[in-house]
Design a protein. Sequence first.
Length: 92
Amino acid sequence: MPRIYTAASLYLTAVLEYLASEVLELASNEAKDSKKKRIEPRHLQQAVRKDKDFKQLLSNVTIPDAGVLPKFHQNLLPKSSADRQKEASPAT
């Protein structure tokens, strides 16, 4: 039977504490951006999905009551003034 190092639980605890603190920091930034005082499941979802490493780590995780990330088709977004000027001027 293989042996497990006696300090393995200590290392695992440190890694889990670090991951939890990172996720909570990102989620608190999302909450501040949306002008909320509490972290909601939606903020956790947004924080995890925007970070490249957490997105890969938690790709198969579903966060209940978090909703979906907003993703708008480019044709539905309002046009900028530069786009309007391009359309107004005839192509040469």
